[in-house]
Design a protein around this ligand. Structure first.
Ligand SMILES: Cc1cc2nc3c(=O)[nH]c(=O)nc-3n(C[C@H](O)[C@H](O)[C@H](O)COP(=O)(O)OP(=O)(O)OC[C@H]3O[C@@H](n4cnc5c(N)ncnc54)[C@H](O)[C@@H]3O)c2cc1C
Ligand SMILES: *[C@@H]1O[C@H](CO)[C@@H](O)[C@H](O)[C@H]1NC(C)=O
Length: 381
């Protein structure tokens, strides 16, 4: 058994940022990562055309800004090289191919006991620590909702995390389920590759350009949210007009208020809306039944599809291995406490990157956690 002050589960941006902040404070830590590389979500589970949706000043990790040459909305590859240099600059040495299978709190010894399977040797490794940071991501488990008749579907069925590009869907009828950022962007990509693309839209959402989001984020630093919402909504209606005739309805709450209240992010339009307007992407309502390749919708229409892509989001999945999750997580595997107090649990358990606030939220979590551990260690000494 190996003893260390802090164990961090996951070498995505949240785990790396946490490790960097601890290294700066000279607090010993071990990062355990299931995959054979860091930032595996970005390197292995994201589509080709992905660019960061948010401006670069909201996408950096602690102690390292993006370089002035980096474009405001950087590509996936630029972000990946930023991460790789972050790892070497802060001497982060994740232990790869370590899948954490269980972690529990030993009340008697006041230690966390962690078991990780070494994917190369096949051995079970044991770690013991005073503090444990859950950084396994809110995008860890692909989520597919229950749909009547789904098991009867004769075509191809994938989750957005498996989607790379639309090349092999040319000329095919493809249904995208889910109209968040991934669903909208994948629809756009499919339609550019000449797939006959439909998207299921069930509930209201805001559509904004990335510049509107950027402007709104800057304005919320100085203005009350309802004013920002009024201004940004005005800009959106000038740009897009009334989208309700295309099946896109705006929520009652403004985009930034809604984000604060429910964590629901606006859809950042990269061209999908103009394709919806020109009918190159068809909007369909909720699915009621699937039979073979035939899909029936709630408005009574039916259509045959060759493929369905579920862009229906993710679950954290941390409960699978974290036996004593209730010290920081709820039954959904998400933080028990409300933002901004979500990151700290009991008995030395923390979570980083589970606040639904992207890289900016991750950076704040890592900074808070490292400062907290530093203070606790100081008091102990
Ligand atoms: C398509 C897409 C686009 C996005 N675009 C943006 C954007 O533009 N801006 C933004 O701010 N955010 C964006 N996000 C949000 C994104 O989730 C974060 O930016 C970031 O990648 C999350 O980092 P993380 O470290 O919390 O989780 P992850 O990146 O998911 O990393 C978690 C790591 O933990 C590992 N792990 C999980 N379970 C275990 C286990 N049991 N044992 C060992 N290791 C484990 C995983 O293998 C993974 O490497 C996007 C997300 C997606 C899916
Ligand atoms: C599926 O379709 C077939 C042929 O169109 C029909 O015979 C069958 O009853 C349908 N099954 C269901 C469960 O709707």
């Amino acid at each position: 058994m190996e003893e260390v002050t802090v164990v961090i589960v996951g070498a995505g941006p949240a785990g790396l940022a946490s490790s960097a902040c601890l290294n700066v404070e000279s607090i010993s830590n071990i990062v355990l990562e299931r995959e054979d590389c860091c930032a595996s979500l970005w390197k292995k589970r994201s589509y080709d055309r992905l660019r960061l949706h948010l401006a670069k000043e909201f996408c950096s990790l602690p102690y390292k800004e993006h370089s002035p040459e980096t474009s405001t909305f950087m590509s996936k590859d630029t972000f990946i090289s930023y991460i790789d240099s972050y790892v070497s600059e802060f001497n982060i040495t994740p232990r790869y191919s370590r899948s954490v299978e269980s972690a529990f709190y030993d009340e008697k010894m006041k230690k966390w006991r962690i078991k990780a399977k070494n994917g190369v040797s096949g051995e079970m490794e044991r770690y013991s620590s005073d503090y444990l940071i859950v950084a396994s991501g809110e995008n860890n488990e692909a989520f597919v909702p229950e749909v009547q008749g789904l098991t009867s579907f004769k075509g191809e069925l994938i989750h957005s995390s498996e989607y790379k590009n639309g090349k092999r869907y040319k000329g095919k009828d493809v249904l995208v389920v889910g109209c968040g950022n991934s669903g909208m962007e994948i629809s756009h990509d499919l339609s550019e590759y000449d797939a006959r693309t439909s998207i299921v839209i069930r509930s209201p959402f805001h559509v904004l350009t990335k510049n509107m989001v950027h402007m709104g984020m800057l304005m919320t630093k100085y203005l009350p949210v309802h004013i920002v919402d009024t201004l940004i909504s005005l800009a959106a209606s000038i740009t897009y007009g009334d989208l309700s005739k295309y099946g896109i309805h705006r929520p009652e709450q403004g985009p930034f208020a809604l984000k604060l209240l429910s964590g629901k992010t606006p859809v950042i339009d990269g061209g999908s809306v103009s394709r919806i307007k020109s009918k190159r992407i068809k909007v369909v309502p909720e699915i009621v039944n699937i039979n073979g390749t035939n899909i029936e919708f709630v408005d009574g229409t039916e259509q045959k599809f060759d493929a369905i892509i579920f862009a229906t989001g993710y679950r954290s999945g941390a409960k699978e291995w974290l036996k004593d999750y209730q010290h920081v997580l709820d039954d959904e595997g998400m933080p028990k406490k409300k933002y901004p107090d979500h990151w700290k649990g009991e008995n030395g358990l923390y979570c980083a990157g589970l606040s639904g606030r992207g890289l900016d939220g991750i950076s704040a979590d890592a900074t808070h956690i490292a400062a907290d551990i530093r203070e606790l260690l100081k008091n102990k000494a």
